[in-house]
Write a protein that binds this ligand. Structure first.
Ligand SMILES: N[C@@H](CCC(=O)N[C@@H](CS)C(=O)NCC(=O)O)C(=O)O
Length: 236
């Protein structure tokens, strides 16, 4: 049975959601058959049983699961005979805890500053039907206009770049965040970088950065799945 992944899509169809990319890389890692369904913000209320507020959401033979972390755990528990996302011990092993830690760290160190760099780029790329909802909901949430949010983005970009240092230290000794081969923590961070890559023209990573080499390895996985994403940033 082919799993359906409801995946956030820009006006031209490009996929830029970090959360959805995590799920897509997790499905590919497990070798499960899946198809993506391009979805706009305004479509979310009417997908599946109509109770979902966010995507990614997967439909696995009529079973609907929402939230990238819940989905990763569901896939790990439901498909134990496929390659593990968490490594030894699977859903009961230490790799699950490492993933959870990395998810929280990523939110503060990567996702939050990135949003304050690319939020206007996101808006510009959205389907016109999504733009009023996106502007209104985000401006209400942050108490600022989208334009005000990105006013200091050159400064925020520098903070973002130095905030990645713990990942660099880790990657100086090993090709992936989890060692010799990628696991879900790699997809958490890679998904986050697949967010600005197709929508923002800035230079987020230097060419000689150890993170660039790691990200190139991620882009090459699964027959270049993520590399097929249209690229807007100045980088790999
Ligand atoms: N914790 C959720 C967050 C998902 C999320 O925020 N998704 C965004 C798209 S990347 C969304 O669907 N937002 C809906 C909205 O803002 O109305 C996850 O990891 O899946």
């Amino acid at each position: 049975m082919t799993i359906k992944l409801y995946d956030l899509a820009a006006a031209d169809g490009r996929r830029f959601s970090g959360n959805c990319w995590r799920t897509q890389l997790a499905l590919a890692h497990k070798g499960l058959a899946y198809e993506t369904v391009p979805t706009r913000f305004v479509d979310i209320a009417s997908i599946g049983n109509g109770t979902h507020k966010t995507i990614p959401m997967i439909d696995d033979g009529g079973k609907e699961i929402c939230d990238s972390w819940v989905i990763a755990n569901y896939l790990e528990e439901t498909y134990p005979d496929t390659p593990s996302l968490f490594g030894d011990g699977g859903a009961n092993g230490p790799g699950r805890s490492y993933s959870q830690f990395l998810q929280h760290w990523n939110m503060r160190a990567i996702s939050f500053p990135l949003l304050h760099i690319i939020i206007k780029d996101i808006y510009d790329r959205l389907d016109p039907a999504d733009q009023p909802y996106f502007r209104e909901s985000r401006e209400k949430r942050f108490g600022k206009t989208l334009e005000q949010m990105v006013e200091n983005r050159e400064e925020t970009l520098k903070e973002f770049q130095s905030g990645l240092n713990p990942l660099r230290t880790c990657l100086e000794d090993q090709p992936f965040l989890c060692g010799a081969a990628p696991l879900y923590p790699d997809y958490i961070v890679a998904g986050q970088l697949l967010w600005p890559r197709p929508i923002s023209p800035l230079k987020f990573l230097e060419d000689d950065d150890v993170l660039t080499a790691w990200f190139s390895r991620i882009l090459g996985l699964f027959d270049g799945l993520a590399a097929q994403q249209p690229k807007e940033w100045d980088g790999v």
